[in-house]
Design a protein around this ligand. Structure first.
Ligand code: SF4
Length: 317
């Protein structure tokens, strides 16, 4: 059963220069215990999408369902419940940590607010969460500025887990970390997922990371989804010209891989008042007049959806 379903979701930001279509008619669903990777260049709307589905931002249009219930416009009690069940891990937890609280106090804070534990239980529960997140005992009375990036991210993870959520948006959680630390944090997230049946949206611009952690992938371009399918299928058979270009950048690092790197020419269009039609057209080598019509996602092979009117010709299908 799908834990989260999103239908035709839109998030627009009115500005003095026009309306920014940050997320524009995006639909997908995630089954319990799975990880949906959201990938694309910076500014493609992936973080906005993640924050909109957990109601850190109000949606402009569309439907959000959580465990089958329509939670697009939640009343107060529903919002309270969602705040516990849907959490987020930020790229830079430092900015969300109070510099005046020790790590233990930081982790006790959401426990205290939830009123699930009485005062005497709080330190023990915080200990349990710090053990889970692998925060060493010697750092538990330290302040955030005394920790390195990896340990701070472990604090962010412990805080996110405090209210026993079912669903977590991981918003570029390892982008600011060294590669060796990245692997530790990714492994921690996967272990926690297995132990607690967590469901993740994993937002990243790094395809190597998303390949490691995601069961399914959505590729976004300028606020829209251009391709979605299981991760293995995407890496084996990328079909959209934009996805092919993104993947060529990491696959050519492998010296045995014969494919050439595809260099994208042209600028990304503005997300302000975008024209109808394929938003990748300006950079796409296959673009024709037909591409200026609205292009819906279509199922090209079983479970593999692509928004491209020439997808069959391009891939000889
Ligand atoms: Fe390229 Fe046209 Fe396909 Fe867009 S719809 S990706 S412009 S071929």
């Amino acid at each position: 059963m799908a834990l989260l379903e999103v239908e035709h979701l839109k998030k627009y930001f009115p500005t003095s220069r026009g309306v920014v279509h940050a997320v524009d008619d995006v639909s997908f669903s995630i089954e319990k215990g799975k990880t949906m990777g959201l990938v694309g260049e910076s500014g493609c709307g992936k973080s906005t999408l993640g924050r909109t589905v957990i109601h850190l931002l109000d949606s402009t249009d569309g439907v959000i369902r959580f465990e089958g219930e329509d939670v697009t416009h939640p009343d107060k009690p529903t919002m309270h419940k969602l705040r516990e069940q849907m959490q987020i891990i930020f790229q830079d937890p430092y900015s969300s940590l109070n510099p005046r609280l020790t790590i233990q106090e930081t982790i006790m804070e959401p426990l205290q607010l939830s009123k699930r534990f009485d005062k005497t239980q709080l330190p023990k529960e915080a200990e349990r969460l710090m053990d889970l997140a692998g925060i060493e005992k010697r750092f538990r009375n330290a302040y955030p500025h005394e920790l390195d990036g990896g340990r701070r991210q472990r604090v962010g993870i412990a805080r996110a887990l405090a209210l026993m959520p079912k669903f977590i948006v991981c918003d570029e959680p390892v982008s600011a970390l060294d590669v060796s630390i990245q692997a530790q944090i990714l492994n921690l997230l996967m272990d926690l997922q297995e132990e607690y049946g967590l469901t993740y949206i994993f937002v990243t611009h790094d395809l190597s990371v998303v390949r490691h952690i995601s069961t399914d992938i959505c590729v976004m371009y300028l606020g829209q989804m251009v391709e979605t399918c299981p991760t293995k299928e995407l890496f084996a058979h990328p079909l959209h010209p934009y996805t092919k270009a993104l993947l060529s950048a990491i696959l050519t690092v492998d010296i045995h891989h014969k494919n050439e790197r595809i260099l994208l020419k042209g600028e990304i269009n503005s997300p302000i008042n975008p024209k109808p039609g394929c938003r990748f057209a300006q950079r796409c080598p296959y673009a024709t007049e037909e591409c200026h019509q609205p292009i819906p996602l279509q199922e090209v092979t079983p479970g593999h959806f692509v928004a491209c009117c020439h997808v069959k010709d391009i891939n000889n299908l």
